[in-house]
Design a protein around this ligand. Structure first.
Ligand code: ADP
Ligand code: ZN
Ligand code: ZN
Length: 723
């Protein structure tokens, strides 16, 4: 028998199946990890197929040296998923397989946690009278039956203990112990579903994809938990995904409280040991409900009854570094494989998903009001240009200052939100609010500090940085955003006695850093929490009555065709943190573009109106979901090599364009906006084409890349980030 093996190396030249002979007596199955001879080395690999025949000279085929585990670590479904991803997303096989295993497993650095306990031997004899300590140990064990070896050693000393073990009086037993992640628990409460929740739970029942559009506070979590319960009762399992940033202690506690030991947690905050042990619990079927961030979609769980993607519009569901994939596609694959239900939940669905719901590809389920009947928070738009004209040059507008003061006097809480997405920034006229846009693409230009240039990330055009505003002639041009630290400083000056907390990447890098800050804030009344996107999601603090958005335009003027959509989503999500229990909340939204349509729809919580307007814009300008963007990115240390290989590929794509003259909206080759990263030069081919023949064109474009190219080549479909 012969095995097809994928070598576990991230190298393009090795990215195919190699054939090996299965030696007699070695039990090799599909999905097992093996060690094989390769050149003069031995390398690890994955068995992805077994056959009677070998496609080349049998005399020359080398034998597999050994298996690493005695079972298949890659299950059948995941093997199929691998082939699907390689084909559809054009990824390297080994890099896909790596997604399926905890990385610790491949490096062998991880050890199982073994606990040694001591018990008395069945017919032990008492130690002699002179060995006082030994007698104490035996008496102690007689009393309690068994005890950890480390504990006995601490209490009575290692010498006496080891003497007893040596002469057979005491027997040592070894137990494997799971390391489980920390979590808080909550009081278990029985909640009666509201009629809207009940209707959602009843409707979502078939093997289809549902889009659950429920406003913030409509009780989506409760719906998810009921849906999961229904599946567990049928003996099935569930995968519940939440964005990394909203993987709050509260969400975890909710699920642990409801489903107890059956829950496994997968997120980036786990230690290597915890991650490995949780993975094993999932693999061997002990865990039935998986709660985790993006990568949890690859959990080796079987018999899946439901997959839920909460906050489905979140960007963090798209992996933007290699291997690049969109969690939605993986979830859809697993839904079909398992014939199960997929639920995409959000208060602000992505334009992509809502368009699919309208087309009937997804089933739309709506929950348009909050559980407790509370009104949505009132959003007040403050024109920062007006503030400036009235002499206020500060970070906080006058209305925001007075609202904060009011909150503090009433011993309530406020959140101040600072939008910091990506590294790019834009230039803005401080007198009239003018922001430079690309003349061809109608997206904002990105200011590149080092070159002092404005660039369009969609067509590569470069413009001179602004020193005079073309609209009003002012020289008061600003660049860059205020950070969380500045805001905290300012607040401390204004309200010296009020506890102020900061939550961003810097303050939460420690393990459980999140949880510590949130727990402190919870008890601080009055208190103010300042933060980035991290505070926008999922939190449920009943005394937060005010949310301040320092500069809402930050996301609006990103060079990204989705920037308006993102702005709408952010405002709605952040606003959703206010006034969740007994009192209506208030949101102060500061902007330099108060008349932008996104603010009109957002302040009215008019998602449908917003969708209509935005979808129409995308249709007219040929942007996704009504067209497809494809970027082929080349990178290499040698600029000549990368430029030449990219050009060569561009020539072939131009030939494709000639076959489809009506389908291409745009095609060009250029340096990537960030031309050099980590000493590698980056060149790109950017194209946009219509949908009808998109799959066909995409496939042909994939085939234009020379597999022997020296550059690394990446394909990105509708990328979030074109830097
Ligand atoms: P969403 O995720 O839709 O924003 P949540 O799931 O966070 O909303 O629910 C909002 C609040 O309502 C939470 O505090 C939750 O505990 C509470 N809640 C949800 N369902 C019910 C119910 N049926 N009865 C009472 N309270 C509920
Ligand atoms: Zn101006
Ligand atoms: Zn452009």
């Amino acid at each position: 028998m012969f095995a097809k093996v994928i070598i576990d190396q991230d190298a393009k030249a090795l990215d195919r199946e190699f054939e090996y002979e299965i030696p007699d007596g070695l039990d090799v199955k599909e999905g097992m990890r093996v060690v094989v001879p390769f050149g003069n080395r031995s390398l690890q690999g994955f068995v992805v197929g077994i056959s009677e025949e070998c496609s080349f000279d049998k005399e020359k085929v080398k034998p597999i040296l050994r298996t690493i585990e005695d079972f298949a670590v890659i299950k059948k479904e995941m093997l199929q998923l691998m082939f699907y991803m390689a084909d559809k997303m054009h990824l390297k096989l080994a890099s896909i397989l790596r997604l399926f295993l905890p990385s610790e497993m491949r490096t062998d650095k991880i050890r199982e946690l073994i606990v040694k306990t001591c018990v008395l031997a069945e017919n032990f004899s008492m130690p002699s009278n002179r060995a006082k300590k030994q007698i104490e140990i035996v008496e102690y064990l007689k009393g309690c039956g068994s005890e950890k070896m480390s504990e006995l050693s601490n209490r009575f000393g290692y010498a006496s203990l080891s003497a007893l073990i040596k002469n057979g009086t005491i027997v040592v037993e070894e137990h494997h112990q799971n390391r489980t992640p920390e979590f808080d628990t909550l009081e278990k409460v029985e909640r009666k579903l509201t009629p809207l929740q009940q209707r959602a739970v009843d409707t979502i029942s078939e093997d289809k994809t549902y889009l659950l559009h429920g406003v913030t506070g409509s009780g989506k979590t409760e719906v998810y938990m009921n849906l999961i319960e229904k599946q567990l009762a049928k003996g099935k399992t569930a995968i519940m995904l939440v964005p990394e940033i909203s993987l709050t202690p509260q969400v975890l506690a909710n699920f642990k409280t409801r489903f107890g030991e059956q829950v496994a947690l997968i997120h980036s905050g786990l230690s290597a040991g915890e991650r490995f042990d949780e993975w094993k619990r999932i693999f061997f079927g002990e865990a039935k409900v998986i709660v985790g961030a993006r990568s949890a979609i690859f959990s080796p769980i079987e018999n899946v009854g439901i997959i839920i993607i909460d906050e489905e519009h979140e960007q963090s569901y798209v992996s933007e570094s290699n291997p690049r994939y969109d969690t939605h596609d993986i979830a859809e694959f697993r839904r079909k494989y398992n014939n199960c239900t997929l639920v995409l939940g959000s208060a602000t669905p992505s334009i992509d998903s809502y368009a699919k719901a309208i087309d009937g590809e997804y089933q739309l389920v709506e929950m348009p009001v909050r559980v407790n009947g509370m009104e949505m928070p009132k959003i007040v738009v403050v024109d920062m240009l007006m503030e400036m004209r009235q002499g206020n040059n500060k970070i906080f507008s006058i209305p925001l200052y007075y609202e904060l003061k009011n909150i503090i006097e009433n011993k309530k809480q406020a959140m101040i939100f600072i939008n910091r997405r990506g590294f790019s920034s834009f230039q803005r006229c401080r007198q009239c609010g003018y922001v430079a846009k690309c003349s061809d693409c109608d997206v904002s230009l990105v200011y590149h500090v080092y070159e002092n240039r404005l660039k369009c990330h969609y067509c590569g055009k470069r413009f001179k940085a602004l020193d005079v505003c073309p609209s009003c002639g002012s020289t008061d041009i600003k660049q860059g955003a205020v950070g969380t630290e500045r805001v905290v400083e300012e607040l401390k000056k204004l309200f010296p006695d009020v506890p102020i907390f900061r939550m961003d990447n810097d303050t939460t890098s420690r393990k459980n850093g999140h949880r510590a800050i949130l727990n402190q804030f919870r008890n601080a009344k009055p208190g103010i929490l300042v933060g980035t996107q991290m505070i926008a999601k999922g939190h449920d603090f009943e005394d937060v009555l005010l949310v301040g958005i320092v500069d809402a335009d930050q996301s609006l003027y990103q060079s990204d065709y989705r920037s308006i959509e993102r702005t709408f989503q952010l405002i709605t999500q952040v606003a959703g943190r206010a006034g969740r229990s007994s009192q209506q909340g208030r949101v102060i939204l500061q902007t330099y573009s108060p008349r932008h349509f996104v603010y009109r729809f957002a302040t009215n919580y008019d998602y449908k109106g917003f969708f209509k307007k935005e979808a129409n814009l995308r249709k007219v300008t040929n942007f996704p979901p009504y067209a497809r963007i494809l970027r082929v990115l080349f990178s290499h240390e040698d600029e000549k090599v990368v430029a030449q290989e990219c050009k060569l590929c561009f020539g072939k794509i131009k030939a494709i364009k000639e076959q489809y003259p009506d389908d291409f909206v745009y095609l060009d080759v250029m340096k990537a906006p960030l031309n050099k990263i980590k000493n590698k030069f980056r060149y790109q081919i950017l194209m946009r084409f219509k949908l009808e023949k998109a799959d066909e064109i995409e496939k042909k474009v994939f085939e234009t890349v020379d597999p022997k190219a020296k550059s690394s080549v990446f394909f990105e479909v509708n990328p979030n980030n074109l830097s």
